[in-house]
Design a protein around this ligand. Structure first.
Ligand SMILES: Cc1cc2nc3c(=O)[nH]c(=O)nc-3n(C[C@H](O)[C@H](O)[C@H](O)COP(=O)(O)OP(=O)(O)OC[C@H]3O[C@@H](n4cnc5c(N)ncnc54)[C@H](O)[C@@H]3O)c2cc1C
Length: 445
């Protein structure tokens, strides 16, 4: 303490106050009070209550070690995704979110990762487990939910529609270039007037004339819709009322897209309204195995499981940022992580994340074993997105005012969580799917 005193300044102070009395007071000061004083003067380096600087634990992103269920090769893929997200996406995420733009320049690097359609077998895809795919979705959303959504729309919804509902010929034609990202896909199910009720109330129609289908209608909220090369369009057949799927190429006459402006969530994802005015699609571009909405549901079951994992990632990113902040942000002379109420927030966040991580792990294991049903995926989607919404709220709370700034990332997680909560079936819709399974009664209408 004494060696830090500037004697010249002290002499000036001594002209005004009795330095001996002051020094006597300081030297007999209670250590805790001394620590607080030092810290408020900017001279303290302590992050603990005892005044000593110590090494603090780094965030553990996998508390119950679910990565143990991955092989070393799969763990290496997880780390590759983590590194890519930290090196390539993290530095640009806030900028593109603020600009409401998609970073197209990143696509060749995404293609080089080679992870599109990770769990599909054949067609240039790696044929990995859905557990690994889910964990990769978590890793992406941990840094940026918009990027994870882009990946999920292209690789999950668009490629999945072809993988699950296309003929062998269609898979051979579309999946390899989509896997290499030479062709980008989008998925058009929701409409301006019909969202939750698409199964029975879709307004977009199709009718067959010889070998050609005529499509009319509008689709809303279509991710990647402004630039996708191919759109999977779901339409109700005029004569039978059955839902069919079509591959509509970007430049088809009568097909147009318009960006949805003014979003407050997932701003990097480019959502569009797609318009179909007497669009002619050849029979060879009708998804040959999509004959009713039950076939569409096969795709949604898979992607809902993926969104549950994304919710874990979004919550994890918010928690991780909060924990680091709690270790360095000081109030009342201490890092705020010292306070019991702040620890309570952190532990509640971490418990939510750990519960959802383990739930999703089991879900993916069931999916890999071929026994996952709609209600399993729906429960995970509804539960994990609800817990995510709660968790990012607590994260923002822990940041105080800084929580609403993009700079601290948490604000972006809070905003993005709102979209994840509602897409791929709202909490209510997914709850009704589980409710129907457990009671035997359908309560949708
Ligand atoms: C950012 C973003 C990206 C999206 N990307 C795509 C995409 O790529 N492709 C695509 O096809 N769609 C996409 N969607 C659409 C999304 O799937 C829908 O928003 C969602 O299904 C809900 O439909 P809706 O918004 O029309 O809400 P609505 O269906 O109008 O629902 C409004 C509210 O009413 C509730 N509700 C409705 N019916 C019932 C009922 N029977 N019982 C109780 N509550 C009910 C809902 O739960 C909700 O809370 C996206 C949406 C967003 C926000």
């Amino acid at each position: 303490m004494l060696d830090k005193i500037d004697l010249g300044k002290a002499a000036k102070v001594a002209e005004k106050i009795d330095l001996n009395v002051l020094m006597d007071f300081v030297l007999n000061m209670d250590p805790k009070m001394m620590q607080m004083l030092m810290s408020q003067m900017g001279g303290g380096k302590s992050n603990g209550a005892n005044g000593k600087t110590k090494e603090l634990p780094l965030p553990n992103l996998d508390f119950y070690n679910v990565a143990e269920f991955l092989t070393p090769e799969q763990q290496a893929i997880q780390m590759k995704v983590r590194k890519f997200m930290e090196d390539e996406i993290n530095p640009i995420a806030n900028e593109y979110w603020a600009k409401d733009e998609f970073p197209h320049q990143i696509l060749p690097k995404v293609a080089d990762l080679g992870l599109i359609g990770l769990a599909y077998k054949g067609y240039g895809c790696l044929g990995q487990t859905t557990l690994l795919e889910g964990i990769c979705a978590m890793e992406m959303a941990r840094v940026d939910s918009s990027f994870a959504t882009f990946f999920g729309v292209h690789g999950g919804l668009a490629m999945g529609s072809i993988y699950f509902c296309g003929s062998e010929e269609q898979k051979q034609k579309w999946l390899p270039p989509m896997q290499r990202m030479e062709k980008i896909g989008c998925f058009g199910l929701t409409e301006p007037e019909v969202g939750s009720g698409t199964a029975g109330g879709m307004n977009t129609t199709c009718r067959r004339e010889g070998d050609t289908w005529i499509l009319n209608g509008k689709k809303k909220w279509i991710g990647n819709g402004t630039f996708a090369d191919v759109a999977v369009i779901w339409a109700r057949e005029e004569s039978t009322g059955n839902v069919k799927g079509f591959l509509v190429e970007k430049d088809t006459p009568g097909f147009s897209s318009k960006k949805i402006e003014g979003k407050i969530a997932l701003r990097i994802v480019q959502n569009a309204i797609l318009k179909l005015e007497n669009v002619k699609v050849h029979e060879e571009n009708r998804l040959q195995e999509a004959n009713t909405f039950a076939d569409t549901a096969k795709v949604l079951r898979m992607t809902r499981a993926g969104v549950a994992w994304m919710a874990v990632g979004c919550a994890l990113g918010a928690y991780e940022n909060s924990l680091k902040y709690s270790q360095k942000r000081k109030q009342f002379g201490k890092a705020i992580g010292n306070f019991q109420l702040v620890q309570n927030l952190l532990v509640q966040m971490y418990s939510n994340i750990t519960a959802c991580q383990t739930l999703c792990t089991r879900l993916s294991q069931m999916q890999d074993a071929g026994v996952m049903k709609d209600e399993h995926a729906s429960m995970a989607k509804a539960f994990c997105t609800l817990r995510m919404r709660e968790t990012v709220g607590w994260a923002r709370e822990l940041f105080g005012g800084n929580g609403i700034l993009l700079d601290h990332n948490v604000g972006r997680f809070v905003a993005d969580a709102e979209a994840i909560y509602s897409y791929e079936g709202t909490r209510e819709m997914n709850t009704l799917i589980v409710g129907r399974a457990i009671t035997g009664f359908s309560a949708f209408v």
